[in-house]
Design a protein around this ligand. Structure first.
Ligand code: THU
Length: 158
């Protein structure tokens, strides 16, 4: 028997500790929560990506009366960014979420399906995508999808 240990690293910042570019991106994700269409869950998620060129693209979760037909903010945003700017790598993805009481006390972890799509975006552009997860207290900085989805399935297995 041998044991395999996979390490992940998360850095936790206060909002005030973010550099100007990250703060701008986080603000864009926070603002995008206002454009969430979430009449069923009342859980508003906003995402913002900074592309290689510096362009910021935002998106939000879009729900549907047929529940599975809706889509999370992360995938809405990445699919839009990748379809509008197919040549541009995504440098950083910022995510913010609020429920009816307001923004969350701890960072929102993206769902499994979104993590898989994030991985594909990284593989497509062959560079890690930083992820920033907002909360009222800590903001998590994750250096790439591998730290969100260790032991991931990617195209190298096909
Ligand atoms: N949601 C996201 O947009 N991102 C996540 O990472 C988790 C969940 C959305 C989906 C649905 O519209 C609502 O939040 C409740 O699950």
């Amino acid at each position: 028997m041998k044991e395999i240990e996979l390490n992940i690293r998360i850095r936790a910042y206060r909002y005030e500790e973010l550099n100007e570019a990250d703060r701008e991106l986080m603000d864009a994700a926070i603002d995008a929560t206002r454009r969430s269409y979430s009449p069923y869950s009342k859980f508003s998620v906003g995402a913002a990506v900074r592309l290689q060129s510096g362009t910021i693209v935002t998106g939000s979760n879009q729900e549907n009366a047929a529940y599975p037909s809706g889509l999370c903010a992360e995938r809405t945003t990445l699919f839009y960014a990748n379809s509008r700017y197919p040549e541009e790598a995504v440098e950083t993805l910022a995510i913010a979420a609020k429920n009816e009481q307001g923004f969350l006390e701890s960072p929102i972890p993206p769902c499994g399906a979104c993590r898989q799509v994030m991985l594909e975006t990284e593989e497509r552009f062959k560079r890690p995508m930083r992820i920033l997860l907002y909360s009222l207290h800590d903001i998590y900085e994750i250096r790439g999808t591998k730290d969100l989805l260790p032991l991931s399935f990617g195209s190298e297995f096909l």
